[in-house]
Design a protein around this ligand. Structure first.
Ligand SMILES: Cc1cc2nc3c(=O)[nH]c(=O)nc-3n(C[C@H](O)[C@H](O)[C@H](O)COP(=O)(O)OP(=O)(O)OC[C@H]3O[C@@H](n4cnc5c(N)ncnc54)[C@H](O)[C@@H]3O)c2cc1C
Length: 305
């Protein structure tokens, strides 16, 4: 089987900018994957699917919610995942609703469909619905798409039109809405960062900030400790713990409150949303929503390393 080249992996402009800015000092290995890690007293032996094994001083697992590094070193995902009881799917759709910096939301009890513009001719549709933790195999896209289509079979509104775009969507996304909780984010010479360590769920917001703040603190502490990973990993944990816990709690509340479970809750939610734009004091009405986000987002004072 052919491995993808960097052009296929670096699909987005931002990934390309980061790659071009760092490629002279960093060895990138595309189209490969870690299959196992074995720690020795002076390094970690990393086994790859394609390349020959190599020994590294430290391994930082930044490989997302379904981290292979976490599974290899800390244990199976089920031990760390907390499921909200929902799944989410995002697809690209034509912007036939002519949305321009707008999002439309259609909700029924337990189910939400959102459509928002991304560019003039493009839009995304997100589908959220109740689902068990065990979903079809992550590589079985046809089975996942069937599940989404069945969940929204009686969707009403524009749902059938939006779902028609699903088979051709080039960036079909589907997963459970779950968090990752670990007591410690390092073991020996291996540390985790971002969603691999503390995913707040795809629906909650905050995940990007948490990943960036975590990477900044981890890199800074490694520098401050002159590479002594015992000192650095302990400081990474201590400095970040409260911030991560605050954002995981916020994330759980945001994700689980986003979907109204019954008709009464739905009526209240939609009435509030409809009224909001007409309220002269909408800034004040939004405070109870914005304040907890500000509090969690600022629950850390970043050091200059
Ligand atoms: C639909 C959706 C909407 C979101 N909306 C928001 C939002 O509005 N605001 C917000 O802050 N956050 C949002 N998030 C969350 C945010 O995207 C994540 O928290 C963030 O990307 C985490 O960064 P990360 O680098 O830790 O992990 P990721 O961005 O998941 O990156 C992990 C990388 O590791 C690679 N990888 C995984 N396994 C392997 C392997 N075995 N071998 C090689 N490479 C591997 C993956 O390809 C990926 O490139 C959203 C997430 C989703 C899914």
């Amino acid at each position: 089987m052919r491995s993808p080249g960097d052009d296929e992996v670096l699909r987005g402009d931002l990934a390309r900018i980061l790659f071009d800015a760092t490629k002279s000092g960093i060895e990138y290995r595309f189209g490969d994957s870690i299959t196992g890690l074995v720690e020795h007293s002076d390094g970690v032996e990393v086994r790859f699917r394609n390349a020959a094994p190599r020994v590294f001083d430290l391994v930082i697992g930044a490989d997302g919610m379904h981290s292979t590094v976490r599974r290899s070193v800390f244990g199976p995902e089920e031990r760390f995942a907390r499921h909200t009881g929902m799944a989410a799917c995002v697809i690209s759709v034509p912007n036939y609703l002519d949305l321009d910096h707008w999002e439309l939301l259609h909700a029924t009890p337990g189910h939400v469909v959102q459509v928002y513009s991304t560019q003039q001719s493009a839009a995304k549709a997100q589908f959220i619905f109740p689902a068990p933790e065990q979903l079809p195999d992550r590589r079985d896209i046809a089975a996942q798409q069937r599940l989404v289509a069945e969940a929204f079979a009686d969707g009403g509104w524009e749902v059938a039109n939006l779902l028609r775009a699903m088979p051709d969507s080039p960036d079909f996304y589907f997963d459970t809405v779950s968090q990752i909780h670990l007591e410690r984010w390092s073991r020996g010479r291996v540390a985790l960062v971002g969603d691999a360590a503390y995913c707040p769920s795809p629906l909650s917001g905050q995940g990007t900030s948490m990943a960036l703040v975590g990477a900044y603190v981890l890199a800074g502490e490694l520098r401050a400790a002159a590479g002594d990973h015992h000192v650095a990993f302990a400081a990474y944990q201590d400095r970040l713990r409260d911030y991560i816990d605050a954002n995981l709690t916020l994330g759980w509340n945001n994700a689980t409150q986003m979907v109204a479970g019954d008709a009464k809750a739905l009526r209240m939610q939609t009435t509030m949303l409809k009224m909001l734009r007409y309220l002269p004091w909408k800034g004040l009405a939004m405070r109870p929503i914005i304040k907890p986000i500000e509090k969690a987002a600022n629950a850390i004072r970043l050091r200059t390393y």
